[in-house]
Design a protein around this ligand. Structure first.
Ligand code: ISL
Length: 539
């Protein structure tokens, strides 16, 4: 595969820095912790890391509240550590993507502090969305992501817009200074050697300046991304992305090769998402339809067909995502009844053994599909969602919805278990207390415990990634469905000579004719493919 196209079929490993590895023993992960694990990641066989925000931040939204876009959170390290991390990753053949959060900053960002200090009507406030209220009420009925209205009132009477937490004021992307500032931030990190950016809420920067209300749904203002929503998927967002693409393209001829973007935009259907990955805009986008799909053959096939058709139509690669730092881990989702899959923590019954079996099958499906794939830290260990974190340790914003507390996303952010038989499981050499507690029964899940077990989840990932790298059929390209596959079976071939069969039915099925079995997610039973199992065949 041409090196310039690496991103079209890359397997990207998401690092959530706070929870990955703790070199300095303070209980919070850090950049030197990531550096220490680079050999592990290279051996795992991924192509790139995407590192969730590492910037100075009060961490009121896990770092997605950025106080300084050109520095490193002192809890995580220094710019020198970041430079070393980038260089060491590159030396191991790993690319580095970092997170850009352009929709909002932290209320600790100096420009927001200046806007507060400068007062009503000041030019400093024009960089954000400060408005008068309407009869003592917020300027619009827009809801914030973590509950309550998206506007906060100040003592001087002005309201400011925050689509997310109250600590995350929205930038005014109609202002040239904001546009220029982000141009400069991109160049700052490209010049330091990063290979690209994951763009946070890439569909939200442009707002309808007429500030219309949103419709009600069950009596509450909606956050649905309906066509015409005043703060999502506004046409103006594309000019911003085109500008960024031109900046990335300035680096295309450097020895390091192209710099790339991946859009985080929870937009359905795929026709809408495809607008973000046209040739002069962002390079690729997370495919959240796949993440939201249930463990169901028909549903998965529809998502695969629909997303590939739409992304390929504009020349973009498909991508596949099973989990990230915002969602219930897929081992847990797949262990639940279909209708409950995306429910919050601790409220629905879950069969974790079944979930693990399906997570194994899903990994082989994901890595056999054309395009790029994302692995969230701990997916390779088969970590489940931690559903019983005590209330008093919860860190992510929680809020009330229809009479119950929505608990936030801490359950998928529990620090990684590396080794040993009890918490903190080698989270760091000197760590006593990780920032979130780890379950007492995770010792079989540590990377160390799984390294020498040939049947472990970790070794399944390693084998799959090794085969994927070496096989001419895998990575970019196309797939052809086996149209005769029985109900509940996903079966497709890829040229040359590769077939993937996933059994999502309740009964074993015979294997199709083949030359060799390359890999299975579980042992075959009497030569047949058991339920909830995937096989890779040389055909
Ligand atoms: O806003 C939404 C739905 O109304 C969400 O789907 C939203 O697009 C998503 O939560 C965005 O997530 C990203 O930005 C957030 C941050 O909390 C998440 O961790 C991040 O992944 C705000 O920066």
């Amino acid at each position: 595969r041409p090196a310039a196209d690496w991103w079209r079929s890359a397997v990207v490993y998401q690092v959530y820095p706070r929870s990955f590895a703790d070199a300095d023993g303070d209980g919070t992960g850090d950049l030197n912790g990531i550096r220490a694990k680079l050999p592990y990641l290279a051996e795992l066989g991924v192509d790139a890391l995407w590192i969730s925000p590492w910037y100075p931040s009060p961490l009121l939204d896990g770092g997605y509240d950025v106080a300084d876009y050109r520095d490193i959170n002192p809890e995580f390290g220094t710019l020198a550590d970041a430079d070393a991390l980038i260089a060491e990753a590159h030396a191991l053949g790993l690319r580095i993507l970092i997170d850009l959060v352009p929709n909002h900053c932290s209320w600790e960002h100096p420009w927001f502090k200046a806007a507060l200090a400068a007062g009503k009507g000041s030019p400093e406030r024009d960089l954000f969305w400060f408005r008068d209220g309407k009869d003592g009420q917020p300027p619009t009925n827009w809801p914030a992501a973590f509950g309550g209205p998206a506007w906060q009132q100040l003592d001087d009477g002005d309201w400011y817009l925050h689509l997310f937490d109250i600590s995350q004021p929205d930038w005014n992307w109609d202002h040239p200074k904001v546009i220029e500032e982000f141009d400069s931030i991109l160049r700052f990190w490209f010049d330091r050697g990063v290979d690209g950016f994951r763009i946070d809420v890439a569909d939200s920067m442009a707002k309808d300046a007429g500030l219309p209300d949103v419709p009600l749904e069950d009596g509450q203002p909606t956050r649905e991304k309906y066509v015409g929503n005043p703060f999502y998927d506004q046409p103006g967002v594309h000019a911003i992305h085109q500008r960024w693409r031109a900046i990335a393209d300035e680096y295309a001829d450097t020895p390091q090769g192209p710099r790339v973007f991946v859009a985080e935009a929870w937009l359905s259907p795929a026709e809408r998402l495809a607008q973000y990955v046209r040739p002069n805009e962002l390079h690729s986008a997370f495919n959240f339809d796949a993440l939201r799909a249930a463990w169901d053959a028909k549903e998965l096939r529809e998502v695969i067909d629909h997303t590939t058709e739409n992304l390929w139509a504009v020349g973009a690669p498909a991508t596949w995502v099973l989990s990230n730092h915002d969602t219930i881990r897929h081992r847990t989702r797949f262990g639940r009844d279909k209708k409950d899959a995306l429910e919050g923590a601790g409220v629905v019954p879950t069969d974790l053994a079944l979930g693990l079996r399906r997570a194994r099958a899903a990994a082989l499906l994901e890595l056999a599909l054309p395009g790029g794939a994302y692995v969230y830290q701990g997916d390779e260990l088969g970590l489940p969602e931690v559903e019983d974190l005590p209330e008093d340790v919860l860190d992510d914003p929680t809020w009330e919805r229809s009479g119950h507390t929505v608990r936030g996303r801490d359950g998928c952010r529990v620090p990684i278990p590396w080794s040993g038989s009890e918490p903190p499981y080698g989270f760091g050499p000197g760590t006593e207390q990780p920032w979130l507690p780890q379950p007492a029964d995770w010792s079989p899940l540590t990377a160390e415990a799984q390294t020498d077990d040939p049947d472990s989840h970790l070794n399944l990932y390693k084998s799959a990634l090794r085969i994927r790298r070496g096989h001419a059929a895998l990575g970019e390209g196309r797939l052809a469905w086996d149209q005769d596959a029985p109900e509940g079976i996903l079966s497709f071939t890829r040229d040359p000579g590769f077939q993937c069969v996933v059994n999502l039915s309740d009964a074993p099925v015979p294997l199709p004719p083949h030359q060799k079995i390359l890999l299975t997610s579980a042992p075959l039973s009497a030569g047949e493919l058991p339920p909830d199992t995937t096989v890779w065949l040389e055909s």
